[in-house]
Design a protein. Structure first.
Length: 191
């Protein structure tokens, strides 16, 4: 049984996003404690939870298109049209991106699900056979104000257009859904 779209957002998408943030927090804590084994384990957890959150955030468009809620514009009859429309609401962190975060999130999710990108889309934001998510400090690569501060490793997206903090990409897409559907957004870590 498919959950109602708003229940899916609050009970599936948001908890996956919060689990990713919690894993990133454990990674930071383990590094600060100089516990190499805990940091290694936390790094894998952050990669896994980040990947899962990316897939759930991207898949939410499928749930919305199927539910066709009242707030959805009538011209959003396909997933592509819905995601383009959602991209217009993706303005919270940075609006000057060459690659919309909704599109980047989708390419990462597809790469994680399929390992090798074979669907022929206009332009892919990531290479088809390379790593998509990695642990990195992002030092010298991330846009100012994006991701963690202080040189602590975090999950990053390795995109054709450059390295991005996964936390920033997901936050921006979740915020776009919140704006588009006029949803309340619980605090990270809230139950």
């Amino acid at each position: 049984m498919q959950l109602p779209w708003d229940e899916h957002f609050y009970e599936i998408v948001i908890p996956a996003w919060q689990a990713y943030h919690a894993a990133e927090g454990r990674l930071t804590d383990a590094i600060k404690a100089k516990n190499e084994e805990a940091a290694r384990r936390a790094g894998y957890d952050a990669l896994r939870e980040g990947g899962a959150a990316t897939i759930y955030v991207h898949h939410f468009a499928d749930v919305v298109i199927r539910a066709s809620p009242d707030w959805l514009p009538g011209d959003c009859r396909s997933l592509g049209a819905l995601r383009r429309w959602l991209g217009e609401h993706c303005t919270m962190l940075r609006t000057d991106r060459a690659v919309p975060d909704v599109e980047l999130c989708g390419d990462v999710a597809d790469a994680l699900k399929h390992a090798i990108l074979t669907r022929n889309l206009d332009v892919r934001q990531i290479r088809e056979n390379d790593a998509v998510l990695a642990l990195s400090t992002g030092y010298g690569e991330l846009t100012f104000g994006e991701g963690k501060y202080g040189g602590t490793p975090q999950v990053v997206v390795l995109a054709n257009a450059g390295t991005r903090a996964l936390s920033s990409v997901l936050q921006n897409v979740i915020d776009a859904w919140r704006r588009a559907a006029d949803l309340e957004l619980p605090a990270v870590g809230a139950a």
